[in-house]
Design a binder for this molecule. Sequence first.
Ligand code: URC
Length: 315
Amino acid sequence: MADHPRPGRPVLLGQNQYGKAENRVVKITRHGATHHIKDLNVSVALSGDMDEVHYSGSNANVLPTDTTKNTVYAFAKEHGIESAEQFGIHLARHFVTSQEPIRKARIRVEEYAWERIDASGAASRHPGTDDAKHSFVRKGQETRLTQITYDGSSWEVVSGLKDLVVMNSTDSEFWGFVKDKYTTLPEAHDRILATQVSARWRFRWSDDEQPAPDWETSYEQVRNHMLQAFAETYSLSLQQTLYEMGSRIIDRCEEIDEVRFSLPNKHHFLVDLQPFGLKNDNEVYYAADRPYGLIEATVLRDGCAARIPVDLTNL
Ligand SMILES: O=c1[nH]c(=O)c2[nH]c(=O)[nH]c2[nH]1
């Protein structure tokens, strides 16, 4: 920290630090067909002999924040991510020992935990024999929702969930799409497919004379069918996966006539590690938060009317 004023100006520079914040790095480790995920949000803050860049604009001591970002992704490949702590220690040591002006590095890491989607559609921490080897649900409960409408004679029950985050680390492709002069997207034959599911489903039950569904059991079953369909579908588009998720619910849950989904396509871009002499063999990804593709559709039982609003934020 500067403890002397700039000559001729009675103004002190106080504590300062800089670096790239919130580097979203996803590392997939493949043991044959069984994949392991590390999903981190890494923020780098460096400090040291940085008076001049503030006083005069001289960048002579400044390692670019862009470089600190690249280092996070390159280290994920070169050294792997054993734990958030180990990864942070490695980065901090690197910055402080490799650049003389940098005296202190603070690395903050948030880790997002993922569990495997097991054969029943539930989550499990360790791969069992029947568990999906490359399909994951993010730990931390989704929010369960319901809306009840009653006009004195008939009921409408629309239930749902939001913020259920799922990922397939393979078995997803996207190619054969329309190309115009603005299209730059390369065709993908093995990509990550991840989404944050928002879904609403409408129950057929509307009349006190009919027995009401078992709401608790129904919720568990719908959620499990959704997860199983996500895990089991070899996907050529998120639209196709959406339809499989909805049709599995309509096929297997007779109490439900209509399902609507709003699925953001949470893009994971392969990081170009070539400038650092490293090969990225589908291992290190940048998890982008925006913009995102937004895929929305209703899946209906034949003969039933669509009554769930198109825009789920209106429900
Ligand atoms: O599953 C996808 N569906 C799309 O419509 C689309 N568009 C795009 O750019 N990527 C994807 N992925």
